[in-house]
Design a protein around this ligand. Structure first.
Ligand code: ADP
Length: 491
């Protein structure tokens, strides 16, 4: 499994949660998993790491001296350990951010991930040739690793030994494709014919994700609804045609969550604990959260926002309806970081309602846990959402999600309706249109239902009892790997 981020080592978003948890869960169920990732700043402190390889990786006409360090991580309940291989090249990865600094992408991101992808292939080659290991599946995640498939398929003479390895690319977000100026193509060391519409060229630019979609043996994404949505112009982000041209289709497997790390019964970030049967600790978490954000300890509905502040997440819609929400008895806490103008808008709105809105512009894992525990509702007005994790954490923490009906949000939250209330299957609220009117209507509906304690408790209870574990999702991945293994590689 190759990825640019994975918990507990490096994280900017859900990708890291998914990769880290999937690797652990697959190991637990008896699979031999090796996780390959860049060695970013601050990760080199693990004592048990050992230098296991030295590689010379061609990038931009030079040879980069890369080292590979190995760590073997014990996994509770597993017969063997999870092997993690860190690709170390300090000029590229010993930096303050993973992909950017001060809101600016690093200008050499293409070279950085060419180097990583080529290192991944060299490592896999070494595992097969030198250690005589069998590598059945090379599972890639997102644009940062998509070029592995491109190099593997377009330079087959170099990677003959990987002939029996099936390449699966998982798309975690079509909004991030790794697009770079066409003039940089020369740096990639690929056959010139590849810079064409049937290759990695995309309107005159290089598109790494496109290359991955074309050259991988199989492609999957992180929910069945998103798998369908990305075939459309609205959500395919320009690659809907490329996706549709794959005759084998796009598999959708909904993410799970790490139910040990996200457990309201034992979460070390919380000052009180609780279960679905006894929610008294949740009340204590709410009061603690209000204190943490300097909000008065009133028993009003506490609404939460956690996530990257980007256009995708639709928080601009929320900002517009906040004045109306403030005319009701509510409090809001916001944890996020991202687009400068959205951050500024949240700062302005917080200044207007200092005793009603709590704001933290930054990345704070512990605070994310405390917000999930201490809030009554979580708002996710996403324009699109491949899977979404925050709403899953909310279910587990008895916080009712209010989501736009898209992608994984549609697949994971059972909407409040007379029929679902009756069958006790409702876990949250859906709204459909990307409009402030729709968002406001559903917020008003949820605030109304909140007052009906019995119905609200039922929403909480059903959410907390939902099986969100990786166990279920990892089984689907294993089935899919097996299917791919049987079918062999389509060349
Ligand atoms: P995405 O991957 O698009 O960012 P997801 O909902 O799939 O969105 O995953 C987001 C993950 O990142 C969740 O684990 C969420 O708790 C976490 N997260 C997002 N922003 C922050 C933040 N500012 N501080 C702490 N955790 C955050």
């Amino acid at each position: 499994m190759a990825a640019s981020e994975a918990v507990p080592y490096a994280k900017t978003g859900g990708l890291a949660d998914v990769v880290g948890a999937l690797a652990i869960e697959l190991t637990k169920s008896g699979n031999h998993v090796t996780l390959l990732m860049p060695d970013y700043r601050g990760q080199a402190t693990v004592e048990s790491r050992q230098l296991v390889m030295r590689l010379s990786i061609p990038v931009d006409g030079k040879l980069a001296a890369v080292t590979v360090e190995e760590d073997n991580v014990p996994v509770t309940g597993a017969l063997h350990r999870l092997r993690v291989l860190f690709v170390r090249y300090d000029p590229y990865f010993d930096r303050p951010g993973l992909y950017q600094h001060d809101h600016h992408d690093y200008p050499d991101n293409l070279e950085r991930f060419i180097l990583f992808c080529r290192a991944v292939l060299e490592i896999v080659r070494d595992l097969i040739e030198t250690r005589e290991e069998k590598v059945d599946i090379l599972h890639l995640h997102d644009w940062q690793t998509a070029l592995c498939a491109v190099y593997l398929k377009t330079l087959p003479h170099e990677y003959k030994v990987l002939e029996r390895t099936t390449v699966l690319l998982t798309l975690h977000n079509m909004g991030y494709q790794g697009i770079f100026p066409g003039r940089q193509f020369m740096r990639m060391g690929l056959p010139p014919s590849l810079f064409s519409p049937s290759g990695i060229e995309f309107y005159g630019s290089i598109n790494c994700l496109k290359g991955g979609i074309i050259f991988s043996d199989a492609v999957s994404t992180v929910s069945p609804t998103y798998a369908k949505e990305i075939m459309t112009a609205e959500h395919g982000c320009g690659l809907e045609g490329v996706l549709a041209s794959r005759t084998d289709g796009i598999k959708g497997i909904t993410n799970g969550i790490d139910i040990a790390a996200w457990n309201p019964e034992s979460d070390p970030y919380l000052s009180a604990h609780y279960t679905a049967a006894d929610l008294s600790g949740k009340g204590a978490c709410k009061r603690a959260l209000q204190r943490e954000f300097g909000l008065p300890n009133h028993s009003v509905p506490l609404l939460a926002v956690i996530g990257r502040l980007t256009f995708q997440k639709g928080f601009d819609l929320l900002i517009e309806v906040i004045p109306e929400l403030m005319s009701l008895d509510t409090q809001i806490v916001v944890l996020g970081t991202g687009d400068h103008h959205l951050e500024q808008q949240f700062i302005a709105i917080k200044a207007k309602y200092p005793n009603r809105i709590g704001l933290c512009l930054g990345f704070d894992e512990g605070m994310a846990h405390r917000i999930e525990a201490g809030s009554d509702m979580l708002i996710m007005p996403s324009r699109y959402e491949p899977c979404g994790l925050s709403q899953l954490y909310s279910l587990r923490y008895g916080t009712v999600p209010i989501v736009r009906r898209t992608g994984g949000l549609a697949d994971t939250i059972v909407p409040f309706r007379p029929s679902t209330v009756k069958s006790r299957s409702a876990t949250g609220f859906h709204f459909i249109d990307t409009s402030t009117d729709s968002l406001l209507s559903v917020l008003l509906l949820s605030l109304h239902v909140y007052k009906d304690r019995q119905t609200w408790q039922s929403l909480i209870y059903t959410g907390m009892k939902t099986d969100l574990s990786w166990d279920r999702s990892a089984k689907l991945y294993v089935e899919f790997y097996r299917e791919l293994g049987r079918g062999g590689r389509e060349s």
